[in-house]
Design a binder for this molecule. Structure first.
Ligand code: TEU
Length: 561
């Protein structure tokens, strides 16, 4: 069985600092805002805070384009604010995980400004350059480029540089040992301050085949798994572990873009000394057109596929490594709108049912700020309302190709990353208690209809208070953390049923993903001594037989013995 570790037992709360709490009145969240809300965060019962990037940045991609890895973004505050935040967290027994963005930097980072100056600049080899005299570089695809071209021509030295994300995010050259040393040093800088770990942005992309061959045929035109399979990736991760990670008691979670399940253990098997966990994307791909991570599928996703994905990933980590469980983050739409149902009638049950799911799986649970109160997609109608470079640049591409704009917006209402980035809804007031001025991005009107912290604090059965109770259930039963997971009734399209068990206890988890009443009969279970642990439906009662009828989006946990 898995060895006990704080980062396996901890619950992670992700904060997008730009949208959490503004204290200066510029419409942008800041570090002092997080300091102000530390007691609230602690009250949730979470243990670990993951902060999206707070470093100096021109904000082409909201902090994922870093111009100084040791400086704090001006809008967010100062290093003194950061130190106070970290101290406040330590005092409350909270751990802090930062975002490490080292596949690329900003083009305004001094390294890149030097690098582009001349071919013999000492920083030239900090990035990937393709000289014009070699002809046009082989196709490389870019996530955030209007022409989807990852090579940008730079006239000053007549060469192209590689940028797998926007042209303001040039890819760092990890082949260069000096680059790796710089990165290890900056990691140490934050660890020496007392930071407890890193979430590593597109860490799977850091190694490139620097001969830049044409995309091998076996990838069927899909660059993402190719980017994630660089020749020296594991060598770099192991080196990083030896040089830095192994000297501290910290956690690491890689963003596993493009990593398929058959390679999972290469990253997180303890014997390999690389990472602790990573985020896989199989679930995030489920409602997207195959090979198109930004386009919603025409047909609805199936619960049997949802179960299959989670069961498969659970089995991989049953003996070695460790998983991470998440339903949304700052790159994907809100969980309740995507996997549940955000209509008035079903919002409460589906938000709490999804909490129950995340908190009863094996693997570290990750929640996005606002998920605890069931925040929903904002579904902006107008391109003017969007702020994300991904939506904005794809819109340009779409327009240039003469695509149907209405269809584009319709897609973004469900798929845009901005859905997950709207301001935290604290109260009923005009700007939801987030700011006293105009927020940098629109606030969801439903903060006036009960999706806010203030009202949910006062209602016993609110989504927020269910979240707290459910965290209590996980915390008081290590079976729910380390115990075996067994899927029941895999073919049922309405109900996700499983047990979590060890030598001491067996828990039965029943989750309805259906808008109608749903039935399941689990006759194989011994229900003789069953106890009701928790349900999001007040009417739930302990019953003595195994034919269950669940209300729409009902969740219920029984302890069988
Ligand atoms: O995301 C990388 C990544 O894999 C994403 O492209 C993701 O699949 C996409 O955003 C889906 O909408 C990371 C960060 O999480 C993201 O916010 C950054 O924009 C990106 O890296 C570049 O740093």
């Amino acid at each position: 069985r898995s060895k006990r570790k704080w980062w396996k037992e901890g619950i992670v709360y992700q904060i997008y600092p730009r949208s959490f709490q503004d204290t200066t009145g510029n419409g942008i969240g800041d570090l002092r805002g997080i300091i102000q809300r530390l007691d609230y965060i602690k009250s949730l019962g979470v243990d670990i805070v993951w902060l999206n990037p707070i470093y100096k940045s021109p904000n082409d991609d909201h902090g994922y384009d870093i111009s100084d890895y040791r400086g704090i973004m001006e809008e967010f505050g100062t290093m003194a604010d950061f130190d106070e935040l970290l101290k406040g967290m330590k005092q409350r027994g909270l751990k802090l995980v930062m975002d490490l963005v080292v596949n690329h930097s900003s083009d305004e980072h001094p390294w890149f400004m030097e690098s582009r100056k001349s071919c013999d600049n000492p920083y030239r080899d900090y990035y990937h350059w393709w000289p014009e005299e070699k002809g046009k570089p082989p196709k490389r695809w870019s996530f955030f480029d209007i022409e989807e071209n990852a090579w940008k021509y730079d006239p000053s030295t007549k060469a192209y540089y590689l940028h797998c994300f926007s042209e303001k995010q040039p890819d760092l050259n990890w082949e260069n040992p000096k680059v790796r040393q710089e990165i290890y040093d900056l990691m140490k800088f934050w660890f020496d301050k007392g930071v407890d770990g890193f979430r590593m942005d597109v860490i799977s992309f850091i190694s490139k085949d620097t001969d830049f061959p044409e995309l091998p045929e076996e990838y069927g035109g899909d660059f993402i798994p190719y980017y994630a399979n660089g020749p020296r990736l594991h060598e770099y991760l192991h080196e990083m572990n030896k040089e830095v990670l192994s000297n501290y008691d910290v956690m690491t979670v890689g963003e596993g873009t493009g990593i398929s399940i058959d390679r999972a253990l290469d990253f997180v098997n303890e014997d390999r000394e690389e990472l602790n966990m990573f985020f896989h994307f199989d679930l995030m791909d489920l409602d997207r057109e195959p090979g198109q991570m930004f386009t919603m599928r025409k047909e609805k996703w199936k619960l049997t596929d949802f179960k299959r994905i989670h069961s498969k990933w659970d089995s991989i980590f049953a003996l070695k490594g460790w998983g991470s469980i998440y339903l949304n983050n700052h790159d994907f739409p809100r969980a309740v709108s995507r996997w549940g149902n955000d209509s008035k009638a079903h919002w409460h049950n589906s938000a709490t049912m999804l909490h129950t799911f995340v908190l009863t799986m094996r693997g570290t649970p990750y929640f996005l700020y606002g998920e605890e109160i069931g925040m929903t997609n904002i579904k902006f109608d107008d391109i003017e309302d969007y702020r994300d470079i991904n939506t904005l640049n794809r819109f340009e591409t779409f327009k240039n190709e003469g695509g149907n704009i209405e269809a584009f917006i319709q897609n973004e209402k469900h798929a845009s990353r901005d859905n997950a980035r709207t301001p935290m809804q604290w109260d009923f007031s005009e700007n939801a208690g987030f700011t006293c001025s105009k927020p940098w991005i629109g606030i969801n009107k439903n903060h006036q209809e009960g999706i806010n912290v203030m009202v949910q604090e006062s209602e016993e059965d609110s989504v927020l208070n269910y979240f707290r109770r459910m965290i209590g259930v996980r915390k008081s039963n290590t079976t729910l953390i380390y115990g075996d997971y067994t899927l029941l009734a895999p073919q049922n399209e309405d109900i996700y049923a499983y047990t979590r068990s060890d030598s001491k206890n067996t828990f039965l988890v029943l989750l309805s993903f259906s808008i109608k009443q749903a039935k399941i009969n689990l006759k194989q279970l011994d229900f003789e001594h069953a106890k009701l642990v928790i349900s999001n439906d007040k009417a739930a009662k302990l019953k003595k037989d195994t034919r269950f009828v669940l209300e729409p989006y009902q969740a219920v946990i029984y302890q069988l013995h």
